[in-house]
Write a protein that binds this ligand. Structure first.
Ligand SMILES: [Zn+2]
Length: 570
């Protein structure tokens, strides 16, 4: 009898409760807040980037972030210790851990696995972000800089809401209609005509693959996009076609700092994560160094400006990257030349090499490797290359390609993956996975008032720090209640009808009528800040937040203030 009772108690204790902070941390509010996220950047990637910078430039032993390294963050999802990009930056922005794929949206409960208790009644609730709070409650300018496509996880986490990170048809219009001031990054093919007309009609400069146009832009508000979807890795980038992340950061700060109330800017080194997923050490360190130069630009502005805090923090680890592997015995006697000379000669990422090989004849292979890698391939490596399925210029007909005679550690279906393995095979770098990892991540920060986020904290506590640094006049929960109320609560005194969507990517329409006054009617479509008022939708109501529809619970989340438009004038 006694044993059974003991078993029951144990699981209950497993639900961990947030650490009770002794006294609230003192954080001096600032006018401007810059959050910089090297996506999927584990600390060893920072170490290798510093070594390579120092190896290539003997007078540059330090990274721009080095003087500001000040702590670590445990970052996780609501029901899993190893996070995904969507919920991890969402937590930094909203204060709530969530599930894989969830963009600034409250998770459904997962009783047995939730790390902190969750409220099942709040499932799918859009959650106000620090960016939205600074825009709405402080009239500050807001901006996003990134190298992925604009609706991708991290930029979306700051400015949109969806429980499916892949639903770009929900996310992209929200980002356009959330009236961000400056957006620079990838995703030309994802900006629809409707979105562009809305931006143009509202005073934005809009540029698609137009570096010259962007550089000449004088507007306060601007969208500049490069690449159909993501931008090129920094090492593969054509500087006549695409700007560096440093230039994008400087341009965003220049425009945003014109706002006398101040600004919020998020800068993401998006593709450090993509390179880590591909186990491509060249993409990891070169995109990190490009990101570090953007950090240099932001820190320089902050030091000169005196009213700006900068917080630099990855969203999660990736790939289990290490400097030192079992393939390199005698680890403690390996010289910097043995470790870095060959590697320092790589001038393209694995993806860059794949593009190059697929764009030039097989006869040019050795020239390509001599020019961009400082080496020639052996017979075995040439044979392995020729067997790669998606290598367009292979001398071996596709149907005859196989792994036969190919060194197993080199055999790959994709040219990018083959290149990542080949480039790594000549180094002492190791990888444990092609996925995210659960170790804590670093923080580097500059605060003009001397209150940077030091020590270890959780992702939730980092959000608390950001809210204090922003000096928000209200809690994010209060703002969430105000701008993302359920239509069933807001319009409980009126007639609501949801008209189903016409097609799969279409969205339903909510019609709300005042039974007592037939002229009082609202026509509401989601993922926008525009509401039509009147029986024929003759009037437009412009909101300073976006309306979100969640199909999982057939609910519109919208500002509670909308009810006022339906009240009959007595
Ligand atoms: Zn990520």
């Amino acid at each position: 009898m006694k044993r059974t009772i003991l078993l029951l108690i144990l699981p209950a204790i497993m639900i961990m409760l947030p650490a009770q902070a002794s006294k609230p941390e003192e954080v001096k509010p600032v006018k401007n807040l810059i959050v910089m996220i090297p996506d999927g950047c584990s600390l060893p990637a920072v170490s290798v980037a510093r070594w390579l910078q120092w190896y290539n430039q003997p007078n540059s032993p330090q990274l721009n972030i080095d003087p500001y390294l000040c702590g670590t963050v445990s970052t996780f999802s609501s029901n899993a210790p190893i996070g995904d990009s969507a919920p991890t930056t969402s937590c930094y922005m909203t204060g709530y851990p969530s599930r894989t794929g969830y963009v600034s949206t409250y998770p459904p409960s997962d009783k047995d696995n939730d790390i902190f208790p969750t409220d099942p009644n709040k499932a799918y609730q859009p959650l106000a972000t620090v960016l939205e709070a600074m825009k709405i409650a402080q009239n500050k300018a807001t901006g996003l800089v990134f190298t992925c496509e604009f609706p991708h996880a991290t930029p979306a986490d700051c400015s949109a809401h969806s429980y499916r990170r892949g639903n770009y048809h929900w996310i992209a219009p929200q980002m356009v209609h959330n009236d961000l001031d400056v957006v620079i990054g990838g995703g030309v093919s994802l900006l629809t005509g409707e979105m562009e007309s809305y931006l143009a009609a509202n005073g934005y400069g809009v540029y698609r693959n137009d570096l010259r146009g962007m550089r000449a832009d004088t507007n306060n508000k601007m969208w500049a996009l490069y690449g159909d979807r993501e931008m090129a890795y920094d090492a593969d980038r054509n500087p006549d076609e695409q700007p560096s992340i440093e230039e994008m950061t400087r341009m965003a700060i220049e425009k945003l700092s014109r706002n006398e109330n101040g600004f919020f800017l998020m800068v993401e080194g998006s593709k450090i994560d993509w390179a880590a997923h591909s186990n491509d050490p060249v993409g990891m360190y070169t995109d990190f160094l490009a990101f570090d130069r953007a950090c240099g630009a932001a820190l320089e502005f902050a030091r000169n400006n005196g009213e700006t805090a900068v917080v630099i923090v990855p969203d999660h680890g990736n790939s289990g990257f290490s400097l030192g592997t079992r393939n390199c015995p005698g680890y403690d006697k390996l010289t910097k030349d043995q470790l870095f000379r060959q590697f320092s000669q790589y001038k393209l990422t694995a993806e860059g090499f794949a593009r190059k090989l697929n764009s030039e004849p097989y006869s040019e292979v050795q020239n390509i490797f001599r020019q961009y890698a400082g080496l020639e391939l052996s017979e075995e490596e040439l044979h392995a290359l020729a067997q790669v399925k998606d290598y367009k210029n292979s001398p071996v007909p596709a149907e005859e390609r196989s792994s036969e005679g190919v060194e197993p550690s080199l055999y790959s279906g994709s040219l990018t993956s083959f290149m990542a393995k080949l480039l790594t095979s000549k180094t002492c770098f190791g990888f444990t996975t092609g996925g995210h990892t659960g170790e804590e991540v670093f923080i580097a920060s500059y605060h003009p008032g001397g209150t940077p986020p030091t020590g270890h904290r959780t992702n939730i506590e980092l959000n608390e720090y950001l809210c204090r640094a922003a000096g928000l006049p209200l809690s994010l929960d209060d703002l969430t209640h105000r701008i993302f109320a359920r239509h069933t609560d807001v319009f409980k005194d009126y007639t609501c009808e949801i008209i189903p969507a016409y097609d799969a990517t279409g969205s339903p329409t909510l019609i709300v009528k005042n039974r007592k006054d037939r002229n009082k009617q609202l026509t509401i479509t989601p993922f926008t800040n525009i509401v039509k008022s009147g029986r024929k939708g003759e009037e437009e109501i412009r909101l300073n937040s976006v309306i979100v529809y969640v199909d999982a619970n057939n609910t519109f989340y919208l500002p509670e203030s909308l009810a006022e438009y339906l009240r009959s004038v007595q």
